[in-house]
Design a protein around this ligand. Structure first.
Ligand code: SF4
Length: 284
């Protein structure tokens, strides 16, 4: 969506896919849906189609054009592993991440089974890249704990959990192989409450297991007033970042052109014949 982000744990967002469909309790007040639907039918706006799922091939190579290293949240307005996104498109998104390796990527999904299956097969080429962090959302025990297990069973150099919105006490859970945990409460109108003891329980498990812990926010209707201090402290821990050199500009442009051409061909053939609404053609 943007080269700058207000999200506390990232620098920028990149959305080669836009829109999504709800899958679990954490989606109830999806901020991406609320944002996108505000612009439905606003002519020329990137979210003219609201939250309808679509691919955005012209955004695919964006990180190759960002020459200053950033922490990039991949698909802040969608879920890369949504069942309607073709395998080949996901592979192309990941190929861009491998090519533009001076950035750090945060890939977060609720579709953890597909993440596991692809990281163990067609995405193996990226699984051990330390500049790509793979994460799952954990809002409660029912949906979150199986996702953690799927992530643990996926080949990945760096794994993380986004425990947001935290909707209940998660109890004791397995943090083996997890490098980073973000916790946050829901914010905005109708926000579901988060109890301090639920947060403390996650923090304490992270501390005893040596896992980096980031406390994003208490949330609530007035998010900024509630702040992000926990027991008198701000928790801003991250896993270590890897620094790779930036490719020179002509090489970046050549790679960008190659990736865009490859995706354009694949996507148009595979999607336009079955569901034209999935392919965004508008330029914004
Ligand atoms: S999976 Fe994420 S982007 Fe998709 S509806 Fe749920 S919260 Fe929103």
């Amino acid at each position: 969506m943007s080269s700058i982000s207000n999200i506390e744990w990232t620098d920028a967002t990149w959305n080669p896919v836009r829109g999504c469909t709800k899958i679990s309790d954490g989606c109830k007040h999806c901020y991406a849906e609320t944002f996108a639907e505000r612009f439905r039918r606003v002519k020329g706006h990137p979210y003219q189609q609201g939250f309808d799922l679509r691919l955005v091939p012209r955004k695919l190579a964006e990180p190759l054009r960002w020459r200053h290293p950033k922490m990039i949240f991949v698909n802040s307005m969608s879920d890369l592993f949504h069942e309607s996104v073709p395998d080949q498109y996901i592979i192309s998104v990941v190929e861009v991440m491998v090519a533009a390796r001076w950035h750090t990527y945060q890939v977060l999904t609720k579709r953890s089974e597909r993440l596991r299956e692809m990281l163990n097969s067609s995405l193996q080429f990226a699984a051990n890249q330390k500049h790509i962090w793979w994460g799952v959302s954990v809002e409660n025990r029912k949906y979150g704990l199986p996702r953690i297990e799927n992530l643990q069973n996926a080949q990945a150099a760096t794994r993380f959990l986004s425990v947001e919105p935290l909707l209940e006490d998660l109890g004791k859970f397995n943090l083996k192989g997890i490098d980073w945990v973000i916790v946050g409460g829901e914010s905005g109108h109708g926000a579901r409450p988060m109890k301090k003891e639920w947060v403390v329980a996650v923090r304490n498990q992270c501390k005893s297991e040596g896992v980096s812990f980031f406390f994003k926010q208490w949330g609530g209707v007035r998010k900024s007033a509630a702040g992000r201090v926990l027991d008198g402290k701000t928790y801003d821990e991250f896993p270590p970042r890897i620094h790779h050199p930036v490719l020179d500009a002509p090489e970046c442009l050549a790679l960008a052109a190659k990736f865009e051409a490859a995706v354009k061909n694949t996507t148009l053939v595979e999607i336009s014949s079955s569901n034209p609404s999935l392919l965004e053609l508008a330029v914004c």
